[in-house]
Design a binder for this molecule. Structure first.
Ligand code: MF3
Ligand code: CO
Length: 248
């Protein structure tokens, strides 16, 4: 069952989403060659707590950190560490926040210093594919219209979409129904209705779509070790256009 949220509930989810946007604003200016990814984790926690939120990922299925930091071939779920970012890296930051009883979830990928044209194109195509998805998150559309449009856009631009992780409903838990794949045929699945809250999160690879999990049990990397990018927003389906909740 996909829960329809009231305006009041959507306001509470937006509050959690605002905290995530504040975290990204703070981290973006600190993402420079030489910074340890653990330092980003500490700064994110500080900003979340300052705004009376809680880090939603910490302890989720035993996840050990506050945020996920995935570098280069890292797809998702990279664990912050003493590793320092280097110029030319691309780094995905994924943040989940609980505020009161409601959750929001978002991710960005940014370049560290100067990055290659191909890396820049991958990041741009991934972000634009997210917006293709969001444009399709409106009443009258069906769930897989989001999926199909993301896939079509990424593949038309010569990239592949990850199959083994998906977007998701969100609200009073970080993962609720439905699952939102980033691939598939259009015009399938439930019809979208005002009040549905969706975390849409394309993971797009420079090379093949296959991934593997490192020995830490969390970090997903591309099998061919080529680059991967990830963008995510939590959005509310509304009459007219979807409303992005993870923004200032
Ligand atoms: N945005 C990711 C997801 O929706 C966050 C993973 S949470 C983790 O699955 F705690 F498992 F890392
Ligand atoms: Co998510």
């Amino acid at each position: 069952m996909i829960i329809l949220r009231s305006d009041e509930e959507i306001g509470r989810i937006r509050k959690a989403g605002l905290i995530i946007a504040l975290v990204f604003d703070k981290l973006k200016v600190r993402i420079k060659p030489g910074i340890e990814t653990e330092e980003l984790d500490r700064m994110a926690l500080e900003e979340i707590l300052k705004n009376k939120g809680l880090p939603a990922f910490k302890g989720y299925k035993g996840y050990p950190a506050n945020i996920c930091v995935s570098i280069n071939e890292g797809v998702v779920h990279g664990i912050p560490s003493k590793r320092k970012l280097k110029g030319g890296d691309i780094v995905s930051i994924d943040v989940g926040v609980r505020s009161g009883n409601y959750f929001a979830d978002a991710a960005i990928t940014v370049g560290v210093g100067d990055v290659s044209d191909e890396a820049r194109r991958l990041m741009k195509v991934t972000e634009d594919s997210l917006y293709r998805g969001i444009e399709n998150a409106r009443p009258g559309k069906r769930l897989s219209d989001i999926s199909a449009n993301i896939q079509e856009y990424a593949e038309t631009n010569g990239f592949s979409v990850v199959r083994s992780f998906v977007g998701h409903g969100i609200g009073e838990r970080i993962h609720e129904e439905p699952e939102i794949p980033n691939f598939g045929k259009p015009n399938k699945g439930p019809r979208l209705e005002s009040g549905m809250i969706l975390a849409i999160e394309p993971m797009v690879n420079e090379g093949g779509h296959e991934i593997e999990i490192l020995d830490d049990g969390w970090t997903a990397v591309t099998k061919d070790k080529k680059l991967s990018a990830h963008f995510e927003h939590t959005v509310a389906v509304r009459d007219g256009n979807a409303e992005i909740l993870t923004t200032l």
